[in-house]
Design a binder for this molecule. Structure first.
Ligand code: ISE
Length: 345
C-alpha cells in the first residue's frame, strides 16, 4: 500500500480549518490524524467533524505524539517560531504558514537548528509561488524574451482587519507575501527598503497606518513599489506588474469574466463593463493553496523538500525588520542577511 503521511495541525482558525479540509478531501498521500488549538473547543470541533484526535490546547503534546509525522502550523503569527522549534526538536517535517517568525533573529534560530540537523525539514506557506498567474509571470521573466526586469508595481489590499492589528503587522502579516514573491519573481535579493506613510484613508480609524507604501531596491538595481491597504473597504485586491526592458507582465485577475450590462439598481442609462472582485483571501488563492499542499506532501513522501525554505522565510523577515525600522525616517534601510548556508543553495 502507498504510504500516507500522518499530519497534526496546530491552529483551527480560518486557514487551519481550510488546510484540514484540503488535506482530508483534496491532497493525495496525506491525512490529518490530530488537531490542537489554544482554544480547546476549536480543536474539538474540527476533530469531531473528521473523527480524528483532538489534543485540545496541548499543542506540544501533539507535536511529540508518535503518530504525528508532520506538523502544519496555522496558529497566530507570534506562536510560529516556538512551534517550529518544537517540531524541529522532534526532527519532524513542518509546514509553517507565513510568516516563519515575527523577526529575522527568530528565523535565524530556526535556520541554525536545521543546520544542526543537517536537513531541510521546514517549508514556509508562501502560497503565491504556486499561483498560476505568478508562475507564468516568472516563466516569462526567466525566459528573457522581454528583456531584463526593471520595476515592479504592486498592490496588496485587504477588506478589513480583526482586533489587535498594528501598523507593523502591515509588513509582518500582509506585505510579507510581496517580500517573498518579488525576490522570487526577479531572482534577485534586496539591497534596501523603505516604508513611506502617505495620505491616510478614511477607513483608517483603528489606530494603524493605512495605506502604507513599501519600496524595495534590489541588488541588480530593480525598483519595487507596493501599496498596502489593510482596510480598503471594498475587496481583496492583489495586483502585480513587472516592467521589463521590452515589455511587461501582469498578474491576471482570478475570475476574469467581464460583464457588460446595466447593473441592477442603476438609474443611470449608462451600461457598464465590470468584473467581480473577491473579498476572501482564502478563496482568491484557493487553487494555489491546493497545489502548494499537494506539492509539499509529495516532497515529504519523497524525503526531500522543494518548496519555500526556512531561508526564504528568514530573508522575508529580515527585509520586514528593515521595512518596519525605516518607517518615519524617510530613508532606505539596508537588508543585511547572514551568508546563505550550503543547505539552502
Ligand atoms: C493572510 O494571513 C494572508 O496570508 C493573506 O494572503 C493576506 O492578504 C492577509 O493580509 C493575511 O492576513
Amino acid at each position: 500500500m502507498d504510504k500516507v503521511l500522518k499530519i497534526g495541525i496546530i491552529g483551527c482558525g480560518a486557514i487551519g480549518k481550510d488546510h484540514c479540509r484540503r488535506i482530508m478531501d483534496t491532497v493525495p498521500g496525506a491525512t490529518v490524524v490530530a488537531v490542537s488549538d489554544y482554544v480547546p473547543a476549536a480543536a474539538d470541533e474540527t476533530a469531531a467533524k473528521y473523527g480524528i484526535r483532538s489534543f485540545g490546547s496541548d499543542c506540544d503534546g501533539m507535536i511529540k505524539d508518535p503518530e504525528v509525522e508532520a506538523v502544519v502550523i496555522t496558529s497566530i503569527d507570534p506562536t510560529h517560531h516556538d512551534y517550529v522549534m518544537k517540531t524541529l526538536a522532534e526532527k519532524k517535517w513542518c509546514f509553517c504558514e507565513k510568516p516563519l517568525s515575527l523577526n529575522g533573529k527568530d528565523c535565524e534560530e530556526i535556520i541554525n537548528k536545521e543546520l544542526e540537523i543537517g536537513k531541510r525539514l521546514v517549508q514556509v506557506g508562501f502560497m503565491r509561488r504556486y499561483d498560476r498567474g505568478y508562475a507564468e509571470m516568472k516563466r516569462i521573466i526567466d525566459s528573457g524574451e522581454i528583456g531584463a526586469p526593471l520595476v515592479i508595481k504592486a498592490c496588496h489590499r485587504n477588506v478589513s482587519q480583526g482586533p489587535g492589528f498594528k501598523t507593523e503587522n502591515g509588513v509582518t502579516n500582509v506585505a510579507i507575501h510581496e517580500l517573498d514573491i518579488c525576490r522570487w519573481l526577479l531572482g534577485d535579493e534586496y539591497e534596501d527598503v523603505q516604508c513611506v506613510k502617505v495620505r491616510q484613508s478614511a477607513n483608517s480609524t483603528k489606530g494603524y497606518d493605512n495605506p502604507q507604501v513599501m519600496l524595495m531596491r534590489t541588488k541588480k538595481g530593480c525598483f519595487i513599489d507596493v501599496e498596502v491597504q489593510v482596510a480598503d473597504g471594498y475587496g481583496y485586491d492583489i495586483q502585480c506588474e513587472v516592467v521589463c526592458e521590452n515589455g511587461t507582465v501582469k498578474l491576471p485577475d482570478p475570475y476574469a469574466v467581464v460583464r457588460r450590462s446595466r447593473p441592477a439598481g442603476w438609474d443611470s442609462l449608462n451600461p457598464a463593463e465590470s468584473m467581480p472582485i473577491m473579498t476572501d483571501w482564502k478563496e482568491r488563492f484557493i487553487e494555489a493553496y491546493d497545489i502548494e499542499l499537494c506539492a509539499w506532501v509529495q516532497s515529504v513522501l519523497a524525503g526531500k523538500l522543494t518548496g519555500p525554505s526556512a531561508w526564504d522565510g528568514y530573508v522575508a523577515c529580515v527585509a520586514g525588520d528593515a521595512m518596519n525600522a525605516s518607517r518615519g525616517t524617510s530613508q532606505f534601510r539596508k537588508v543585511e542577511t547572514m551568508e546563505k548556508p550550503e543547505l539552502y543553495k
